[in-house]
Design a protein around this ligand. Structure first.
Ligand code: SF4
Ligand code: MG
Length: 344
């Protein structure tokens, strides 16, 4: 069975006056049909840049340097390499919003204050679907009801400032799903909301995913959210994926010291209380200043001197859809061969 989206060795760099910042530096990631893949890591790890790269939404001076982003909405269609498309190309505009929906952290910043919710929703629909104004209105009202907005006929004519943060995020989700995309990319969609609203939005996204069969890439810094919504998890550190696996593998059998540290930094009060990732010793280095070898070595309690600080660990396959990049997992490092007895 083929994956819906395959990110292969993606590199997205920012060419700044101070030098090149390798925000995403060789990320590979696959999204199966109908599954939620959470991309988790501390701020600056490249998770948002990865998500924005898929949509052709990397702002200058950033640009995709190399790698592929294979999009295959249905088996008979040829896969399309989104990484090779001009962000402004018609093909990219068809995919973005039409086949791949997106929701960001700040609903107020994504919605226009100048237009009603209904206007923005019908515009999004009519960009991709051949609908008359009346058809679009009818579909938009149904869509508002579907995302749990009460009195949708009335809300259709409301401006964003007339709605709460939670209702605005529901409206954003309605816009993102207006054209029944196969994939929704959600970048910290609940981070700006209070805990109760956050839980409701997560419930809504899960319900919509089950109803529609869409897949999701869900970007978050919060392991509590990951536990709530993920099927699979990719843990990122400084522009690379350091561990991948099912949500059960990541929580029950983490293999990479960074994943272990993330889990240990969560409050023990329970996963749904919302984890914080700032308890790991040491600071995340700036991506423009990537440490040699394993980028995590200055903070890693298991660092092997002479190896981890010089040689970058390769991504090791640990099972089906399961991998990690750490020298400790390399059998030869973990169990070095006995010293040769042959006299010199
Ligand atoms: Fe730690 Fe070395 Fe593994 Fe990096 S490669 S996570 S420094 S043990
Ligand atoms: Mg971000």
């Amino acid at each position: 069975e083929s994956d819906l989206l395959v990110i292969d060795e993606l590199a997205t760099h920012f060419h700044t006056d101070e030098g090149v910042v390798k925000a995403v530096d060789g990320v590979s990631l696959t999204v199966p049909h109908g599954k939620t893949v959470c991309v988790v890591g501390e701020s600056g790890c490249g998770k948002s840049v990865t998500a924005r790269s898929v949509l052709g939404l990397v702002d200058p001076p950033g640009r995709i340097e190399s790698g592929h982003i294979w999009w295959r909405p249905s088996p008979p269609t040829e896969p399309l390499d989104l990484a090779a498309l001009d962000p402004r190309a018609a093909a990219m505009r068809r995919v973005r919003g039409g086949q791949i929906g997106m929701v960001f952290q700040e609903p107020m910043a994504s919605l226009s204050p100048m237009y009603t919710i209904g206007n923005q929703l019908t515009q999004a629909m009519r960009l991709h679907l051949p609908l008359s104004a009346a058809e679009a209105r009818e579909r938009a009202i149904a869509q508002l009801a579907r995302v749990g907005i009460p009195q949708p006929e009335k809300r259709f004519d409301a401006y964003p400032f007339q709605l709460s943060g939670g209702m605005c995020q529901r409206a954003m989700i309605a816009i993102a799903l207006a054209c029944d995309p196969g994939l929704l990319i959600a970048d910290e969609p609940t981070t700006a909301l209070d805990v109760t609203t956050q839980a409701r939005i997560l419930d809504l996204l899960r319900e919509l995913k089950d109803q529609t069969g869409m897949a999701m890439i869900f970007v978050t810094h919060d392991l509590g959210v990951v536990a709530e919504i993920a099927d699979e998890v990719a843990v990122m550190y400084l522009g690379r994926v350091v561990e991948r696996g099912s949500v059960f593998d990541i929580f029950d059998r983490p293999q990479h010291p960074y994943t272990v540290a993330l889990l240990e930094s969560m409050p023990t009060a329970g996963l749904s209380a919302g984890g914080r990732l700032n308890a790991i010793s040491g600071m995340v280095p700036h991506p423009g200043n990537r440490p040699a070898g394993c980028a995590f070595h200055p903070r890693c309690p298991s660092m092997i001197p002479g190896l981890c600080d010089t040689i970058s660990p390769p991504e090791l396959t640990l099972g089906d859809r399961r991998s990690a990049a750490c020298h400790l997992l390399d059998a030869e490092v973990a169990a070095p061969p006995p010293p040769s007895r042959v006299p010199a």
